[in-house]
Design a protein around this ligand. Structure first.
Ligand code: NI
Length: 431
């Protein structure tokens, strides 16, 4: 029996309960050998119930992560992953609730008025894995190349460990969120379903292949950027290139926008905000001697500043209008707002850093830079304060393979590290 078979058995259980779930099932590999537990870099740091849970179940973390890795599902299609998460949580006597869309799970432990949320994203990417791992994706064209398999296993582990605690100083809510990889992100599904109701603070993490395993990066302020999508369609009556004055020269107008809009924005927006417009696609025309009738431009506009993000759409609209007015070319602007910048507040970042220190020691803390990428965890921080940490997953040897690459891999010692950081951050927040 393989790990996968044992989970397929679970999925086939009509009431979805994990009656047959146990360590022995989860730890059996293709070779019929118990899956080896991973080294726990924070072993013995307490509390005793966390040490005990990890001592017994760090192999489960590996098995869960590998199972999810081998069975990746795209955004809002995470049905099997959702079922597996529920089965594991029920095996500890918890009461997981599936989100209205049918994917994603919310579950709580503890009691009392105080509530802290821990969030994992559960979806995979539409790309083909090329790691050659024994547990590589079994689904063509879908892969966990962003480490969400590890995020899911970590928050599952935190839930199971916290469920084993003799008493908790409040409630901890676990959010297994679908669809992080698509704009504007499944975080909005969670919020719309009331997933943040009653939550005082929320914490999340993301794997970081540039940080060695055992280290955790954090910073006060912006951690990721806002990322909006711009699609601009230009129109002209078209005509002969010998008589541009009798029509509207669409290709020339495209050229004006391509160069002038980014540079205009750089003079209208505070440069310290890290605002940048980069075009990714341009299409127009065919013949050398014909002015085309339509053309399109697509690009992304990113910024680190929340106030700037709010002002960008009207600024782009008016700038395009002004730049095109003298050309006579018509336009249609499709401005799609993505996610806001992820901005960790001072108090929550201090809680998170205290949590990491308690979990692993002061040496585990490291700084991190702001990334130009988007992360939909930012939506939660529009509603409640919180923090986000970058979990080191680099083994310390070989290439630091970037996220979203078909060859992305992580050091599984990061799994117990992640559990310890999440648990201690929750305990610190509730204290
Ligand atoms: Ni990701």
């Amino acid at each position: 029996m393989t790990v996968l078979d044992s989970w397929r058995g679970l999925a086939g259980n009509p009431d979805g309960r994990a009656a047959s779930f146990g360590v022995s099932d989860a730890l059996i590999t293709e070779d019929g050998v118990s899956m080896a537990p991973v080294t726990d870099l924070g072993a013995g740091r307490g509390p005793f119930w966390l040490d005990a849970w990890l001592g017994e179940h760090s192999g489960d973390l590996v098995a869960w992560r590998r199972h999810i890795h081998a069975n990746p599902e795209l955004s809002r299609e995470e049905f099997a992953t959702t079922k597996m998460i529920c089965a594991v949580l029920r095996s500890a006597g918890l009461d997981p609730q599936v989100l209205p869309g049918g994917t994603g799970v919310i579950c709580e432990v503890g009691s009392g008025p105080g509530c802290v949320a821990l969030r994992a994203d559960i979806d995979a990417l539409p790309l083909t894995e090329a790691t050659g791992l024994a547990y590589a994706s079994a689904t063509d064209g879908v892969a966990h190349a962003c480490g969400h398999d590890a995020h899911t296993a970590i928050v599952l582990g935190a839930a199971m460990a916290l469920a084993s605690a003799p008493d908790l100083p409040g409630r901890v809510r676990f959010i297994f969120q679908p669809a992080e990889e698509v704009m504007p992100g499944g975080a909005l599904d969670v919020i719309n379903a009331g997933g943040l109701d009653g939550v005082d603070r929320i914490f999340g993490l993301h794997c970081d292949p540039r940080v060695p395993v055992g280290k955790v990066g954090s910073r006060v302020g912006a951690l990721t950027s806002a990322a909006d999508l711009i699609e601009l369609r230009l129109t002209s009556p078209g005509g002969h290139t010998s008589r541009p004055h009798l029509t509207a020269d669409l290709v020339h107008a495209l050229g004006v926008i391509i160069t002038a809009l980014p540079s205009l924005l750089s003079r209208r927006v505070d440069p310290r905000s890290g605002t940048v417009l980069v075009w990714g696609a341009v299409h127009a025309g065919q013949a050398a001697n014909a002015v085309p009738q339509d053309g399109t431009l697509r690009g992304t506009l990113r910024t680190a500043e929340h106030e700037v993000w709010k002002a960008l759409e009207p600024l782009v609209q008016s700038s395009v209008e002004s730049l095109l007015a003298p050309t006579g070319v018509g336009f249609q602007l499709d401005y799609r707002r993505g996610v806001p910048p992820l901005v960790g507040d001072e108090d929550s970042t201090a809680i998170l850093q205290a949590g990491v220190e308690a979990a692993l020691g002061e040496h585990a803390l490291t700084g991190t830079e702001q990334s130009s990428g988007g992360e939909d965890f930012a939506w939660y921080l529009e509603n409640v304060p919180g923090g986000f940490f970058r979990l080191g997953v680099w083994s310390g040897e070989g290439e630091m393979c970037d996220l979203h690459r078909p060859t992305f891999q992580l050091d599984e010692r990061a799994l117990p590290v992640g559990v310890r950081c999440m648990v201690h951050t929750a305990l610190t927040a509730l204290a």
